[in-house]
Design a protein around this ligand. Structure first.
Ligand SMILES: N[C@@H](CCC(=O)N[C@@H](CS)C(=O)NCC(=O)O)C(=O)O
Length: 231
């Protein structure tokens, strides 16, 4: 069976693409055209009633939620993108995976979709932006202190690194024109982690597929994808 990844360029589906590339499993992709709001089409809502990207179609059915997809893939392909159950690094892996998914990713969503959370008032939106910027700085300082190096858990990359590097990328470039507050260089271990992930063949494949440019994590630029658009 070939997996089918419902994706939009430079969306959270990028994390799943990196994981599939690391696993080395054949997969196909299908564009969710955000310019047409295809994530809200009846057909897509049957796959993910939240109308969010990504969805991965698997023999177990369609899975949504990035963290859940990563965990499912790590179980379906043991020893590829996560420490095995029972290994010393398994508990830290789960801890950081859930932390990224439950804490950092929602903070990014509030930065990127501020009106959805703060409503139409400019002052409310500015307050939420400021609060989430401070929250992201706190989270990244915590990860900077915890990262074993070169990857979060040590010598081997895991799905948690793929998740983190994509979020570091997005913080550098989104929302357009509002990223002056963010400086990856303030976090040397996370910068080294991003550089280590950038050197991997899986990243090169994702760069090519989604037009991510030469340094997608350490010094990202806006994508120039062969199809679709990021927003
Ligand atoms: N909790 C979701 C969040 C996914 C998410 O935020 N996806 C964004 C793209 S990166 C999306 O679908 N945005 C479209 C929209 O909000 O309409 C997950 O982990 O998969």
């Amino acid at each position: 069976m070939t997996y089918l990844l419902h994706y939009a360029p430079d969306n959270a589906s990028l994390i799943i693409r990196l994981a599939l590339e690391e696993i080395g499993q054949p997969y196909r992709t299908i564009l969710v055209d955000r310019r047409m709001q295809a994530q809200r089409s009846p057909a897509y809502l049957k796959l993910n009633p939240n109308g969010l990207i990504p969805v991965l179609e698997t023999p177990a059915g369609p899975i949504f939620e990035t963290g859940a997809i990563l965990l499912w893939l790590s179980e379906a392909h043991p020893g590829t993108i996560a420490p095995l159950p029972g290994a010393t690094a398994r508990a830290p892996f789960l801890k950081w995976l859930f932390f990224l998914s439950n804490t950092l990713h929602p903070a990014l969503r509030m930065l990127f979709y501020t009106a959805k959370y703060a409503g139409p008032e400019a002052a409310h939106q500015a307050a939420l932006q400021a609060q989430m910027q401070a929250e992201v700085q706190r989270i990244l300082a915590l990860l900077e202190g915890a990262a074993a190096g070169p990857f979060l858990l040590g010598a081997e990359p895991s799905a948690a690194d793929m998740y983190l590097c994509c979020m570091l990328r997005w913080l550098s470039i989104y929302p357009k024109g509002q990223t002056a507050w963010f400086d990856l260089g303030a976090f040397p271990k996370l910068t080294a982690l991003a550089a280590a992930m950038e050197a991997r063949a899986a990243t090169h494949a994702a760069q090519k597929a989604e037009g991510l440019g030469p340094t997608p994590f350490t010094a990202p630029s806006y994508p120039n994808p062969p199809e679709g658009s990021a927003t």
